[in-house]
Structure formats: C-alpha cells, structure tokens
Write a protein that binds this ligand. Structure first.
Ligand SMILES: Nc1ncnc2c1ncn2[C@@H]1O[C@H](COP(=O)(O)OP(=O)(O)OP(=O)(O)O)[C@@H](O)[C@H]1O
Length: 216
C-alpha cells in the first residue's frame, strides 16, 4: 500500500540518503532509525507530502503521491515531532482544532473520551500553557484515539511519538499502535528510545546512516 522507491534527499551538498526503498502493507509497523541528523524527519515529511525528494517516488495504493493526494490525505494521520498547541486554547479545544485541521470533525464527547484515554481526564478545560511537556504531547497524540483515526486514517506517520511520555503514556500509545496494526493499518514512526512494542509480528526497520558529502 505504501511504496517507497529509490528515494533520495540532499541538504546542500550532503546526501542524507539515496536509493532508499521499502514497502509497507496492511498491518505493518515501519521503524525509521538513525543518529541525530540522519534524515529521519526529512524522510517522514517526504512520506506525507510535505517535502520533495531530489529523486525517487512515494506511492500510495499504487499511485504516486501527487496523483493520489486527495485520497492519501483522507487516509493519513500525521503527528510531527514539534506539533504545537495554542497556549490560550484548552486541551479539548486544541485537540478539536488539530483534528479539524487534519480533516476530522470529532464531537465534543469524542474529544473528551480521547483525552480521558490519554490520561487527561479533569484537565480538558485547562489552557495548554499550564500543561506539562508530557501532558501537551498526550493532547497531540489523543488525535490517534479519536474514532476517525481508526476508521478513516489507514496510515499513521509519527515523528518521535514517544518523546516526553512517561511509562503509562508510552504503554497507552503502544496499545493504540498495536490496535491500529491489528485492524490493518500501517504505522511509520521514529524513536530514539526503546519502544514498548515487543512481540509485534515482523516490524520493518529502515536504518539511515550518517549523511555523506555529495560527489556531484
Ligand atoms: N530546512 C532545512 N534546511 C537546511 N538543512 C536542513 C533543513 N531541515 C533539516 N536540515 C538538515 O538535514 C539534516 C537531517 O535533518 P532531520 O531533521 O531529517 O534529521 P533526524 O534524523 O530527524 O534528526 P534527529 O534524530 O536529531 O531528530 C540535518 O543535518 C538538518 O540540519
């Protein structure tokens, strides 16, 4: 369903990666690994259509992204590593605003349920500025607990989703990922820390190395 072929990314005169290829079918977890600066975020942004590769193609359901853009965006849930909350909005307002921007329109009850699942019961009405770093991250990730995320968003692309999470929140997120994979979703993620996803059938690891100077 997701197919990457001969992908290349350059930054100035450095080649971050080239000739990169992999495929992910329903139920597959893809973990993108590599040291700081290797190009993991760059790759994820290319996968979701936010960055343009210097060579190669990304295909979704057999079509290049630019041809499948509308369908692709209906089926994508993207959580960037720097996904930001608006400080003056409450946790619930932030979650609903992010969901709407992503093309979902959850009811207030669904948003409250997702925040409760994220361990934020009782904090829904607090302005984001008073939330801790981990709580802010939970608000962002609560989008994946909305009914639309499971029903409509086949492909989850998550940049450092486990950052700032405590053990309980990491277990919650791992549970969401597991359930999504079981339902036939695809999850592409990066993580510098060990993630509590042991025992998943056959995760695919895509390893990026140190960038090299371009020869031309
Ligand atoms: N807009 C940009 N302009 C110039 N260089 C950039 C830009 N964005 C990223 N880079 C560079 O590209 C390289 C890869 O960055 P990227 O964020 O993809 O790495 P990463 O593997 O995600 O790193 P980390 O593990 O630190 O998050 C870095 O050297 C970075 O400085």
């Amino acid at each position: 369903m997701l197919e990457i072929q001969d992908l290349e990314a350059r930054r100035g005169r450095r080649v971050l990666f080239s000739g990169l290829g992999f495929q992910a079918e329903a139920g597959r977890l893809v973990r993108v690994a590599g040291p700081n600066g290797a190009g993991k975020t760059t790759l994820l942004r290319m996968l979701v259509g936010l960055g343009t590769p210097t060579a190669g193609t990304v295909r979704w359901r057999g079509q290049p992204l630019r041809a499948a853009r509308e369908l692709f965006h209906r089926e994508l849930a993207w959580v960037g590593h720097a996904a930001a909350l608006k400080d003056d909005l409450t946790a619930a307002e932030n979650l609903r605003a992010m969901a709407v921007l992503g093309g979902d329109d959850p009811s207030p009850a669904a948003a409250a349920a997702a925040l409760a699942a994220a361990g934020l019961k009782g904090r829904e009405r607090l302005p984001a500025r008073v939330l801790s770093a981990g709580q802010r991250r939970r608000v962002v990730l609560a989008r994946l607990a909305l009914p639309q995320a499971a029903a409509l968003r086949t492909l989850w692309v998550l940049d450092e989703p486990f950052n700032a999470l405590d053990v309980a929140a990491a277990d919650w997120l791992a549970g969401l990922v597991r359930t999504h994979l079981t339902r036939g979703g695809i999850v592409v993620l990066t993580s510098h820390q060990a993630i509590p996803l042991d025992g998943l059938a056959d995760p695919l690891t895509v390893s990026l190395g140190e960038p090299v100077p371009a020869s031309a």
